[in-house]
Design a protein around this ligand. Structure first.
Ligand SMILES: [Fe+2]
Ligand SMILES: [Fe+2]
Length: 599
C-alpha cells in the first residue's frame, strides 16, 4: 500500500532542501485539496418486521456518508400506488398507517446536506393484527367421541371469557379451516364439534381466544387428533384405571403417567373408572369419606379431574368407563333428581364428550327421565379392532354384597352385547369394564379365578350351575360369549395391580393405577384379591396397545418419578408385554381358530 505524503510533509521536505548560494526561494504552500461532498451510500442489510398496521425496518448505516454527516433516514413502504413513510436518526424506523393483510415493499434512504442516497434493497412484510402466542390454552380441553368425519371438544377455563374459534388443518393441507366462533364463558364448559373431517387423517389444531374487552387474540400452541382409521391401518391406544386421587395417590405420579401417555401419541385413551370417586370422597387427595351433598360440590370434583386429564386430552380423545366409586350406581337411585347417581351422570355428560349412538357408535339410546341419555355402554370400530365399553353398575339395583348374582349388565345391555359381538367383523375385539360382573368377596374382586362365577361365568359360588335359573332366557354367561366370538382381551380395573392372565383364549388384563405412590405392593394386592395365575406387576403406569392388521401388542409402561429412578427403575420402561396374533390365512370376517397368545 502506498503512503500518501501529506502537504505539510511535502513542505517540510522542500524546506530541508534549501541550500546556500543564492537567495532561498520562498516555498508556496499548496491549497489543501478537499474532495467535494456527495450524497451518502445506501443503507444495507434491511430487514422488515410486520406489526399491527405497521412495519419496523432495521438496517445498517451506509459505509460512506458522502463526506457530510448523515442527517437522517427515511423508510418507505409501498403497496401499489400507496406509499407510507417514517423517519428517524438511526435504525430501526417504524412505518405506521399500513393496512393489515396487505404486502408492502419497503426500503430505506440516508440523507446528508447534499441530498438523499439511493434506496436500499427492498424488504417485504405484511402487517397483521397483533397476536400473543400462549404455550397452552388457558384452561383445559377434552377431546372425545371421535368418528371418521368429526371430533368433539369440550373446553373449560376458570377465568377466561370471550369468543373462541378452533383453527385446524390436516398436515397436507395448505391452509387452516376455522370453526364457527362461539362464546366461552368462564366457569362453564363450551362444546365445539368439528365436522366434515377426512377419515384416517391426522389433524393439528389451535384455539383462538379473543377475551372479552380485548382487541387481540390469544392463540394456543398446536394440538393434534386423528380421525378413525379403516381396516388395514395400524394405530396405538392407551389405557389407565383407578386414578382415584385419594390419600394413597400422588399428583406428581399421575402427571408423570399422563405425560408418558401423551408421548405415546395414542389415537385415543380409555379410562377404566374409579376416577371421580364421589361415591366415597367429595374432595380429592383426602382419606375423609364423605359423599358430595350438592351438585355444585360434585361438579368441582369433575372439574378437578378434567384439569388432570387436560394434560393429555387436548391431543387424545378420552373414553370413560364407569367405576364403582364413580357413584353412577343403580342401588343408589331413589327416584330423586337431587341424588348422587343423577348428579354424577349429569356431570359426566356435561364435562366430557360422551359418544352418543349414531352412524359410528352403537350404545345405550335409553333416555332416563332424570339423567337423560347416559350412554354408559357403547361400541365402535377403529382399524382392525372393535371396542366395547360395558357398565355393570346402573342396572344393578341391589347392592351386590354377599350375593354377587345381584351384579348385572341388565337385559338390554346384555342383548346389545350379544348383538354387537355376533355382528362384529373385526379381527380383534376388546372389552372394557371396571370389574367383571360378579367377582369375589362381595367386592367384585378377581380375574380369571373369579371368571367362572355368577353372570360372568354362570356358576353359583359353590360351583354348581346357576345361569339358567338366575338368568332365564339369556343366551350364555358373558365369558362364554367372549370365547364364542373370539374376543381378544378384557381390560378391567378395580384391583389396583397389573395382572395379565388368559382363560380359554381370552386375555384378562387387570390394569394398574396411573397414580399410586409406588410401593411394590402388587404381589400382596394380587394375593388378597385371589389372583393365582398370570404375570403380576405393581402400579403405577399405563398400558400402550398397538394394533396392526396382523397382531395386537400390549405393553405395561411403568411411570417412575425422577426421585425414584435408578438403574432398574427408568421412567417409561416396559415392565411386561404380550402379543396376540391374528389368525393366519383366514379372512377377518371368518375367524375359525382361537387367537394365539404369546407370553
Ligand atoms: Fe379403584
Ligand atoms: Fe373399583
Amino acid at each position: 500500500m502506498h503512503k500518501i505524503l501529506w502537504p505539510s510533509l511535502l513542505i517540510a521536505s522542500l524546506a530541508a532542501c534549501g541550500g546556500g548560494g543564492g537567495a532561498a526561494s520562498t516555498p508556496v504552500a499548496p491549497t489543501p485539496v478537499t474532495p467535494a461532498a456527495t450524497v451518502p451510500g445506501a443503507p444495507s442489510s434491511v430487514a422488515a418486521a410486520a406489526g399491527d398496521g405497521k412495519i419496523t425496518l432495521s438496517f445498517t448505516a451506509p459505509s460512506s456518508d458522502g463526506g457530510a454527516a448523515i442527517t437522517g433516514y427515511t423508510a418507505s413502504c409501498a403497496a401499489g400506488s400507496t406509499t407510507a413513510t417514517g423517519t428517524g436518526a438511526a435504525s430501526p424506523i417504524t412505518v405506521g398507517g399500513l393496512t393489515n393483510g396487505t404486502a408492502y415493499s419497503c426500503s430505506v434512504i440516508a440523507t446528508n446536506r447534499i441530498g438523499n442516497s439511493a434506496a436500499s434493497s427492498a424488504a417485504t412484510a405484511t402487517p397483521a393484527a397483533a397476536v400473543s402466542v400462549a404455550a397452552d390454552f388457558p384452561g383445559d380441553i377434552v377431546l372425545g367421541a371421535p368418528t371418521d368425519t368429526s371430533m368433539r371438544l369440550k373446553l373449560y377455563s376458570v377465568d377466561r371469557s370471550g369468543t373462541l374459534t378452533i383453527a385446524y388443518k390436516a398436515a397436507t393441507d395448505a391452509s387452516e379451516t376455522q370453526s364457527a366462533t362461539q362464546n366461552l364463558v368462564a366457569g362453564k364448559v363450551l362444546e365445539v364439534t368439528l365436522n366434515a373431517l377426512r377419515s384416517n387423517t391426522a389433524y393439528q389444531y389451535r384455539v383462538i381466544l379473543r377475551q372479552t374487552g380485548s382487541t387481540t387474540d390469544t392463540v394456543s400452541k398446536n394440538y393434534r387428533f386423528q380421525t378413525a382409521r379403516p381396516k388395514g391401518q395400524s394405530f396405538t391406544f392407551t389405557v389407565q384405571a383407578d386414578s382415584h386421587m385419594d390419600e394413597n395417590s400422588d399428583v406428581d405420579q399421575y402427571k408423570r403417567t399422563l405425560a408418558n401417555i401423551l408421548a405415546d401419541q395414542p389415537d385415543f385413551h380409555v379410562d377404566l373408572g374409579d376416577t371421580f370417586m364421589t361415591e366415597k370422597h367429595a374432595e380429592p387427595l383426602t382419606a375423609v369419606i364423605a359423599q358430595p351433598t350438592s351438585k355444585a360440590t360434585l361438579d368441582a370434583r369433575y372439574r378437578y379431574e378434567r384439569a388432570n386429564f387436560g394434560l393429555l386430552t387436548h391431543s387424545a380423545p378420552l373414553f370413560l368407563v364407569n367405576g364403582n366409586h364413580d357413584a353412577e350406581l343403580g342401588w343408589l337411585v331413589d327416584g330423586s333428581a337431587q341424588s348422587l347417581p343423577m348428579w354424577a351422570s349429569q356431570a359426566r355428560l356435561e364435562f366430557f364428550p360422551i359418544p352418543t349412538p349414531n352412524a359410528f357408535y352403537t350404545g345405550d339410546s335409553f333416555v332416563d327421565p332424570v339423567a337423560g341419555n347416559r350412554v354408559a355402554w357403547y361400541s365402535w370400530n377403529w382399524g382392525d379392532a372393535q371396542f366395547i365399553v360395558l357398565d355393570p353398575f346402573w342396572n344393578t339395583a341391589t347392592k351386590p354384597g354377599a350375593d354377587a348374582w345381584n351384579f348385572t349388565l341388565g337385559a338390554r345391555q346384555y342383548q346389545w352385547l350379544v348383538e354387537t359381538l355376533s355382528k362384529s367383523t373385526a379381527t380383534f375385539k376388546f372389552v372394557f369394564l371396571h370389574n367383571i360382573v360378579g367377582g369375589l368377596d362381595g367386592a367384585m374382586r378377581g380375574g380369571i379365578e373369579a371368571a367362572p362365577f355368577y353372570e360372568w361365568g354362570g356358576k353359583n359360588s359353590d360351583g354348581s350351575a346357576g345361569f339358567a335359573q338366575k338368568r332365564p332366557g339369556w343366551t350364555a354367561p358373558i365369558h362364554d360369549l367372549l370365547v364364542k366370538y373370539k374376543v381378544t382381551a378384557v381390560f378391567k380395573g378395580h384391583d389396583h395391580v397389573y395382572v395379565r392372565q388368559e382363560l380359554d383364549g381370552v386375555v384378562y388384563q387387570t390394569v394398574p393405577q396411573p397414580s399410586a405412590k409406588n410401593n411394590n405392593s402388587g404381589a400382596n394386592i394380587a394375593s388378597d384379591y385371589h389372583y393365582v395365575a398370570g404375570t403380576i406387576v405393581s402400579s403405577s403406569g399405563h398400558l400402550r396397545v398397538t394394533v396392526t392388521p396382523g397382531k395386537v401388542t400390549s405393553q405395561y409402561v411403568r411411570a417412575w418419578l425422577p426421585k425414584d429412578e435408578n438403574a432398574s427403575r427408568r421412567n417409561g420402561q416396559i415392565d411386561h408385554e404380550w402379543t396376540v396374533n391374528a389368525p393366519v390365512g383366514v379372512s377377518p370376517q371368518k375367524i375359525t381358530g382361537p387367537a394365539k397368545v404369546a407370553r
